[in-house]
Design a protein around this ligand. Sequence first.
Ligand code: AMP
Ligand code: MG
Length: 346
Amino acid sequence: MEKTVKTKIWSVDKHVNNLLSSDAIQEAARLLQENEVVAFPTETVYGLGGNAYSDEAIEKIFHAKGRPSDNPLIVHIYSKKQLLNIAQHVPKIAEPLIDSFWPGPLTIIFPKTEAVSEKATAGLSTVAVRMPDHPVALALLEKADIPIAAPSANRSGKPSPTTAQHVLEDLRDKIAGVVDGGKTDVGVESTVIDVTGPQIEILRPGGITREQIEAVAGKENVRQPSSFTGAVKSPGMKYTHYSPNAPLYLVLSKERIHDLIAEKKAKGKRVGVLTTVENAENYDADYVHACGERADLRTVASQLYESLRQFDVENRDVIISEAFPKEGIGAAIMNRLEKAAVKIIQ
Ligand code: AMP
Ligand code: MG
């Protein structure tokens, strides 16, 4: 029989400077040490944390999320000294990136040690690691003092949560607790890079851009994207993701959006449009949602998942989304929209 728990909710002000001694952090850390699962804010999205050494804790994460067991988790640390407990060694090529971007939204793949649960890495010989740049996450990780595996704290397939409320919409009474530290900042997940080969390879675009990585590591040391679509190296990238309930069409040309709205309306569909502040007045649809400002794509990233969830609340039949340039953080935005879309239209 399904075991239900009453999810505890702790509110924590991320600006106070004695977070380590707060009752909320102490209780949440103790639950993590007891192999319970607890959601917490990071600078990207909310994570669902569990002891990375414990098969039992990791099973609880996969179960609560409904995540396919072949999709490995990212392990979170608060200090570089924890790294060698979980990574066999740190390739030289990774060092300047760690120095520049940790704490921050950059996840690095290392050869794993035996200590890390094989369930957390889905049986792979590598482990994905990052140090989040959020005072609540860092305090919780330090207090628990164990590496914490934490995927995004949403039901698998749904948009990632950027507020504690989103976590509760998906996981209420399926997890031991959630630390509410307010809305997250970056809004899309971390960039995932593989440093185990001769060149750095970007497996998932995210909060740290390709341009930032190239500036630190040297462009010649970063593998350039190719049109070859062979085996998927990052297992999670093959799954449908981030999807609102209504089908989402990602439309690359602006002119085509107006035609598509007219077509769908003629069929009696209630049409929602995902756009930005600049263009919100331009569409004749049933619901027009402005997600940030096109002039500053970081604002679009920050609001993207909340916007996708808002379409579920509005309950339209179809969603038509504008496209964004695949530069800087735009690469991460487009990656998430492509994964959310049922169809990409030229
Ligand atoms: P999430 O935890 O939902 O942000 O997803 C984590 C992402 O990192 C997924 O796309 C995983 O496939 C990827 N990932 C985690 N561990 C590894 C690994 N050892 N090798 C390659 N990709 C990984
Ligand atoms: Mg996720």
